[in-house]
Design a protein around this ligand. Structure first.
Ligand code: BV8
Ligand code: ZN
Length: 241
């Protein structure tokens, strides 16, 4: 099946679908200029996300972890949603049931107008107090280090799910509900390396969904999906509308 036929087949499935789910990863924000995690531009000062985005790294050296997040906040603050983000915000208005699940913490889907949105790993513009648990939005670029809680002076951390941390039960249940009921699942711009998000395509497939992958490259999930479309998310998603 060539590219045009593949796009046509997914478009047809979407046109008839009452319930649609979408899972996005760093690839959809690559077109905005946000570095991906595992691409060549994804590394930061020779550190890997798996080494810095962990509670152990934060306990050992909160300043280093905050410096990494300050760098990412600075990068993301100047980025805008792509036609891919905007097309997904439009897509949610066309189906009775729709859920956009993103692994990205950059907030670009929210900025694009998506409302039926679940930020599985949190949001880089939200901070949480490690002492009293208070959560609030903070858009300081950079954060003055080390940031402390307004009400109890406790150390603030990014309100983001780090490696080794469990995901919010409610959020996960909402994902499982969408995966069990969707007729179409789009998997956009993710390498399928991180769990539990990496298990979403097989779960939806087992529940009878038509699964399409939109990615620049093949991934471990490519042979599992019904259709794999190669290309840039920013160009492909608008063609599905
Ligand atoms: C948990 C916040 C229970 C940080 C993130 C072994 C087996 C199973 C699980 C594990 C295991 N060992 C450890 C685990 C658990 C771990 C895990 O999965 N580790 C991996 C590395 C093996 N998972 C967890 O810890 C999760 N919690 O499971 O709790 C538990 C607890 C303890 C022990 C076990 C279980 C929590 C995971 C959440 C981690 N937090 N983000 C931050 O961002 O600051 S995940 C992080 O990676 C980002 O959010 C990112 O979104 C995510 C996944 O990366 P991708 O989005 O896929 O990005 P990537 O760069 O990899 O790929 C980009 C893709 O886009 C590529 O395919 C590329 O081809 C494509 N692309 C590029 N440009 C474009 C494009 N496509 C289209 N268009 C383009 N223009
Ligand atoms: Zn506090």
């Amino acid at each position: 099946m060539d590219q045009a036929e593949a796009i046509h087949s997914v478009k047809n499935r979407l046109a008839q679908a009452r319930s649609v789910a979408v899972l996005t990863g760093a690839g959809i924000s690559a077109d905005s200029g946000v570095p991906t995690f595992r691409g060549t531009d994804g590394l930061w000062r020779n550190f890997r996300a798996e080494d810095l985005a962990t509670p152990e790294a934060f306990a050992r050296d909160p300043r280093l972890v905050w410096e990494w997040y300050n760098w990412r906040r600075e990068v993301i603050a100047t980025k805008h949603p792509t036609p891919g983000h905007l097309a997904l915000a439009e897509m949610e208005t066309r189906h009775e049931r729709f859920l956009l699940i993103t692994q990205n913490v950059d907030g670009l889907h929210r900025a694009a107008g998506s409302r039926k949105l679940l930020e599985l790993h949190g949001n880089i513009w939200m901070v949480r107090c490690t002492a009293c648990g208070a959560v609030e939005e903070n858009r300081d670029v950079p954060m003055v280090l080390l940031p402390s809680c307004r009400s109890c002076r406790g150390l603030l951390r990014p309100h983001i799910v780090w490696f080794g941390e469990t995901l919010d039960e409610k959020r996960l249940d909402q994902c499982m509900g969408a995966l069990a009921s969707c007729e179409v699942l789009l998997i956009v711009g993710t390498s399928g390396a991180v769990y539990p998000a990496a298990s979403f395509a097989p779960i939806a497939k087992a529940a009878g969904a038509f699964v399409a992958e939109l990615n620049l490259d093949p991934t471990p999930q490519s042979q599992l999906v019904d259709v794999a479309i190669r290309g840039r998310a920013g160009q492909l998603i608008p063609q599905l509308l």
